[in-house]
Design a protein around this ligand. Structure first.
Ligand code: HEC
Length: 159
């Protein structure tokens, strides 16, 4: 609260200086202090996209794992192995411990933006040299694939 009021007072002073028309514009010409410049939010490891929070199932839901597996076989298997071996893209073994679930779902539903903006996705692109194409997954599809990834990483599947 104190910080906010100090900030507001400071902003008001800047405003008066800038608009006072006293002829002394030097204050307005000075670069804004760092705290007033919009800085990009620090990387929280969740990636860029509409997925902000994923709630996980423990044990995993078998029907979601099944659907996720079918989507994997149809749309992902050409480039991703289930082992750790890289083909076109990285193998999926361990992906659920390397990445947050939100990151994985943003990567699968919003890959173009992720490759343009997310530091971890950009680092992968540098290694793999191929841009993962947009697979047009719905958020529901992406959630099922995520469930399948956890199963692939050895998490218990319910019945
Ligand atoms: C044409 C090849 C191709 C297809 C098909 C493909 N990907 Fe990818 N994927 C890549 C590449 C290449 C990367 C590494 C980033 C880059 O270079 O774009 C990647 C990266 C990823 C990553 C990050 C892996 C890690 O280790 O952090 C995830 C998650 C992912 N893909 C999910 C999927 C899903 C889900 C599908 C299917 C719906 C899919 N991919 C289909 C090529 C592909």
């Amino acid at each position: 609260m104190k910080r906010l009021s100090v900030f507001l007072a400071f902003a008001l002073v800047m405003f008066i200086y800038a608009c006072g028309g006293s002829g002394d514009t030097s204050a307005a010409d000075k670069p804004a202090p760092k705290s007033m410049i919009d800085e990009p939010a620090p990387d929280d490891g969740k990636g860029v996209g509409e997925i902000k929070e994923v709630s996980l199932n423990n044990p995993l839901k078998p029907n979601m794992v099944e659907t996720g597996k079918a989507i994997y076989e149809m749309k992902c298997a050409a480039c991703h192995k289930l082992s750790g071996q890289r083909v076109v893209g990285p193998g999926w073994k361990g992906v659920t411990s390397r990445r947050k679930p939100e990151w994985i779902m943003n990567m699968t539903t919003n890959v173009d933006i992720m490759l343009d903006k997310d530091p971890a996705a950009q680092a992968l692109l540098k290694e793999c040299l191929v841009r993962m194409p947009n697979q047009n997954l719905s958020v529901g599809d992406a959630r099922d694939v995520l469930e399948f990834m956890y199963a692939n990483d050895g998490q218990e599947v319910g019945n």
